[in-house]
Design a protein around this ligand. Structure first.
Ligand SMILES: *Cc1c(COP(=O)(O)O)cnc(C)c1O
Length: 369
């Protein structure tokens, strides 16, 4: 059997599934044959067994501590990815006689809108397409419609690389947020939100689970009757994510990531500081490159998670990706829909990787500039 070691690992700029904390991988590796005191691996035990109940319970409790989630919110671990939430939200809360507000901010919010339209009327209350999705709305630039079933936003558009750096205020209209690609990268004012959802595979674990944080009074606004059980928030809350077999391995890794955030990083204030440090080094370097590297996002909307940029022409961009890959800087090609380059610097991405990328960029510009 050939083996690989830590030194074989590249700097992984993938947008998702994405890099995980080394410590988490090492612990999972160490305990994969046998969970301490259990006599079997996490992959082999019942989801109704006490060891797994302790794992899912700790995952939820640590997430509550880190984000300051109050008791009137439920935390769920669902399946079907964030994409299933695009449908589940309108199926539960939007009917033909109401209307839901959406912010059109980029590729993912566009998909969410497409799914919602199948369930009922949708009103786009802010549209960033004229500015090529280079920024998110500023505070006060959009108003929720009176009586709207909810307003849907995307805290970070993963493909364009634009991000909200504030928690919008929607008054009495429930605010729903797709936080898939920046979940837990900073502290948030959770009370501003009625529902937050995030696929685990960008910032908090491997693929397979979607975290949903839902204010319980929202359940009283359910409009769908005859909802499929697996798409019914009320039933998922009542069953505490265990109506059926939950994605046990993903939840196990997520619980290790929560521990890492709490004990190794030291909480979300610290996480934000580190994320700002990483992203700002890269943006500052590009701003000083005389236009050789041109960030896509407008300054006030620059994402700390997905840094996107263009270069002089597509051939140069291709050459950049190819040579970077050879230098163990992996996954820098931009999304096929928008082109260019993208460096995803999620929570677990190390600072040394940013320094390595900047060194590479300097050298590339000297040779090809
Ligand atoms: C990746 C992503 C999704 C889709 O997630 P899946 O889990 O693959 O369904 C949705 N929204 C955003 C913002 C994303 O980054």
């Amino acid at each position: 059997m050939s083996t690989a070691t830590v030194s074989d690992r590249v700097f992984n700029f993938s947008a998702g599934p994405a890099t995980l904390p080394l410590k988490v991988l090492q612990e999972a590796q160490q305990h994969l044959l046998c969970l301490p005191g259990v006599g079997a691996s996490i992959l082999e035990i019942s989801h109704r067994s006490p060891p797994f109940e302790a794992i899912i319970g700790t995952a939820e409790q640590d997430m509550r501590t880190l984000l300051g989630i109050p008791d009137d919110y439920a935390v769920l671990f669902l399946q079907g990815g964030a994409t299933t939430q695009f449908s589940m939200i309108p199926m539960n809360f939007l009917s033909a006689s109401t209307s839901a507000d959406y912010l059109l901010q980029g590729a993912w919010s566009k998909k969410a809108i497409g799914e919602a339209k199948k369930c009922g009327p949708v009103k786009v209350v802010w549209d960033g397409s004229a500015e090529k999705f280079s920024r998110v709305p500023r505070a006060g630039e959009f108003q929720p419609s009176e009586g709207a079933a909810y307003l849907h936003m995307t805290s970070n558009e993963t493909i364009e690389g634009i991000e909200f750096h504030y928690d919008p205020d929607c008054g009495s209209v429930p605010l729903i947020c797709d936080a898939s690609s920046d979940f837990m990268h900073r502290p948030i004012d959770i009370k501003k939100y009625a529902l937050i959802y995030a696929g685990a595979q960008k910032n908090v674990g491997p693929a397979g689970a979607t975290v949903v944080i839902i204010r319980k009074d929202l359940l009283d606004r359910q409009v769908g009757t005859q909802l499929p059980t697996m798409l019914d928030y009320k039933k998922m809350v009542a069953g505490a994510s265990m109506h059926n077999t939950p994605p046990v391995f993903t939840i196990y890794i997520l619980h290790l990531v929560m521990k890492w955030l709490l004990n190794d990083v030291g909480g979300l204030d610290k996480m934000l500081q580190l994320n700002q440090q990483k992203a700002n080094q890269l943006y500052d370097y590009m701003d000083a490159s005389g236009g050789y590297y041109k960030p896509h996002a407008q300054t006030d909307s620059r994402s700390l998670m997905n840094i996107t940029w263009r270069m002089g022409n597509e051939d140069l961009e291709k050459k950049f990706v190819k040579e970077a890959q050879a230098a163990k800087l992996d996954g820098l090609k931009g999304h096929r829909d928008v082109g260019g380059l993208r460096a995803s610097l999620y929570n677990a991405f190390p600072l040394e990787g940013v320094a390595a990328l900047i060194d590479f960029m300097k050298e590339f510009q000297q040779k090809n500039g």
